[in-house]
Design a protein around this ligand. Sequence first.
Ligand SMILES: [Zn+2]
Ligand SMILES: [Zn+2]
Length: 272
Amino acid sequence: MSSLFSWLTKAQALLSPSITPCLTCGKRNPGSSPLPGVCRICVEAIPWISSPRCLKCGRHVGCPDCTRSSEPSPIICNRSAVAYTSVMREWLGQYKYRGNERYGLLLGLMLDRAYIALKEEKRSALLSQKTLIIHSSWSADLLVPVPVSDSRLRERGFNQAERLADVLSKRRKIPQLPLLIRTHHTGKQSFKSRAERIADMKHAFAENPAVTAQFADWMKRKVPLNRPVRIIIVDDIYTTGSTIRACADIVQQMGSDYGYRVEVYSLTWARS
Ligand SMILES: [Zn+2]
Ligand SMILES: [Zn+2]
């Protein structure tokens, strides 16, 4: 039976040469999927976070971190496309550490889905407050990728957060500006405790002096006067949120330096 099945699969592949192997499982599964290069079966197995349990950090499971913390947060909320399962870790590893560039578009499109969900969530919230004029909708004004250190950039050849933001920027016509730089390399975060990570992150980022003038000019020309500027920080993973919060603090500061009210959000590909 199994040999008949494998023969049928081979025959089918020969008869339909247009079916290319799936990027993630390598099999030639028939049928179309909404994500280019990935088969229907793999797409069906993606652990999407469709309705987060924690509305603050977008976590799919109960969240003690947000309920415990009494500190005011510099972000409105985080939303992630997927839960960071072992399969998702493998996908990210293929991209980030093994340099399989074909994953770039895939992960970017997955992040785009999270953006659309956030947009819809914000639109319904505005509608329920009756503050939204009919036919208008919620959208972000600017994307800011989380920077990587120079040494990491040399080693990896690209900044994964910037690539993810590129996909979103092109699809949704939202400008992207590298407002931040990484001042020091923080080492492998996964080996550190929560307290260590937070202390580490506090001084890991700074304003990027190369784009300050461009940012000021953009705000002057593009920012609507009747509402705060909506800035989304983009990264691949949200773990404790200390990276995002450190970045958001600086972005908030930059906005207020120029006299603007800024709402900072974050979009991350996975929530661990
Ligand atoms: Zn597949
Ligand atoms: Zn939370």
